[in-house]
Design a protein around this ligand. Structure first.
Ligand code: EPZ
Length: 418
């Protein structure tokens, strides 16, 4: 089993380049199913979730080519299959985007109930409600979600809770539906806007992405075109947190500073100096840090996907900080690993209480999920001695070349194969 070994402590210094957004590309690639023609997609991150979607697209008959580093061409014109098999869907959560895309294109879709990070209950009732309101019949049987529609017709859809996945799936299914679809109480994350921009650049008519209401006027066909994915907000936030947690100074390049404001504001509150440039952010974490409190929320609130990484920053701060997890039922499993390294953390329900200032000692730890894995790497950089991180497949799902990027910032970090 591959492992990441970190020898700490280390103070990060230098520059790091951020790649395309995972949670954007995992929707954009399935969205290419709606397009008749070649989609040239740039700034595609080299992560295992992308590999997995490319395997699904190829297995279904799409032509997919990596034409150069970070650029993929996808042609789904000749796809006839409407099923995503379990062997692929179980590997990652975003396989559910094939439901909306295939339903939108063929009027039918079968996708095995998705896998992905274990963060508590992950129902799909809002996705299903949106499909049904567009005129589909949806059945969950033998572990598959099966959708069928004679035709999809524009509808008013009100989501009961803000859901990234349901918002995108509703947009995908509505893109070619007959008439106008109005989706209310939608998610506003940067990747929602990116998926809408991708579809619009291929000929869709979607307005309002990034606000509470999205309007989709159905169109007959989408043509091919070129599109560049936005930088990954959470990858950028992870390196910002790592700089702060190690008391380092790091220039995070290829970011959209506006997307980072929720993270920037928290770091500044803790005493980190953050300087924004046009497409980069300089983090200076050399001063001592103050405690803070965080409640995770849908965008523009503080992102749940930055919660474990911010916990490591709190471990360096003076005093007691609190994290209130407002999105997922169970996202504190990683704290048990940090406690094994000497961290002072207690968890009660959806609140973690973190007292900073205790020395961390290297230990063997697990990456419980993707972002928890990133937090283990940061904790390893902060700790004295050797930290060995297992189950790193989770990390590969969403971080491109994480070992090399941290090495470039001066970390003593190695990937051990086998
Ligand atoms: C997306 O998951 C992200 N994944 C997650 O990122 C992220 O944590 C999450 O959004 C919140 O920002 C992808 O984009 C692939 P939701 P998603 O639907 O779409 C409840 C990472 O680390 N809900 O916004 O699955 C749900 O239980 C990953 O990169 C319903 O009740 O999340 C949760 O409490 C992990 N019914 C809340 O809504 C539904 O039908 C938000 O979930 C759908 C969701």
């Amino acid at each position: 089993m591959d492992r990441i070994v970190v020898n700490g402590p280390c103070c990060l210094n230098g520059e790091v380049e951020i790649t395309g957004g995972k949670n954007a590309i995992v929707a954009i690639l399935p969205a290419a199913m709606l397009v008749d023609g070649v989609c040239r997609i740039e700034n595609v991150p080299d992560i295992s979730d992308v590999e997995c979607i490319i395997s699904i697209l190829k297995a279904m008959g799409a032509k997919v080519e990596r034409v150069e580093s970070g650029t993929v061409e996808v042609d789904c014109s000749h796809v006839t299959s409407t099923e995503v098999p379990y062997e692929y869907a179980r590997k990652f959560r975003a396989s559910y985007y094939f439901l909306g895309a295939l339903l939108g294109r063929f009027g039918k879709a079968t996708v095995a109930m998705p896998g992905g990070c274990h963060l508590g209950a992950r129902p799909m009732d809002q996705h299903i409600k949106a499909f049904e309101q567009l005129g589909a019949q949806v059945e969950v049987a033998r572990g598959d979600v099966i959708c069928r529609a004679k035709r999809l017709t524009g509808a008013d859809i009100y989501l009961d809770m803000v859901s990234v996945g349901a918002t995108i799936n509703a947009m995908l299914a509505a893109t070619k539906a007959e008439g106008l679809t109005v989706i209310e109480n939608v998610a506003k994350e940067p990747h929602i806007v990116d998926v809408a921009n991708f579809l619009n650049s291929m000929g869709a008519n979607i307005r309002g992405a990034g606000t509470d209401v999205i309007k989709v006027q159905g169109v007959g066909a989408l043509r091919g075109g070129s599109y560049a994915v936005i930088p990954d907000q959470i990858e950028a936030g992870t390196y910002m947190a790592a700089a702060a947690a190690t008391g380092g100074k790091v220039l995070v390049k290829n970011v959209i500073p506006k997307h980072m404001e929720c993270i920037t504001a928290k770091l500044e509150e803790m005493g980190v100096s953050v300087t924004e440039f046009d497409d980069s952010i300089l983090i200076d974490g050399t001063a001592s840090l103050k405690k803070t409190n965080i409640k995770t929320m849908p965008y523009p609130g503080f992102p749940t996907d930055m919660q474990p990484q911010m916990a490591t920053v709190m471990l360096r701060a003076e005093g007691t900080s609190k994290i209130n997890e407002g999105v997922w039922d169970s996202r504190f499993k990683y704290t048990e690993e940090l406690i094994r390294m000497g961290a002072d953390i207690s968890v009660s329900g959806k609140v973690a209480t973190i007292t900073g200032g205790k020395e961390l000692l290297g230990a063997p730890v697990r990456a419980c999920d993707l972002r928890a894995g990133a937090a283990m790497v940061i904790a390893g950089l902060m700790a004295k001695g050797t930290t060995t991180i297992e189950d790193i497949d989770h990390i590969r799902r969403g971080y491109e070349r994480i070992v090399e990027k941290f090495q470039g910032l001066g970390a003593d970090i190695t990937l051990i194969k086998g």
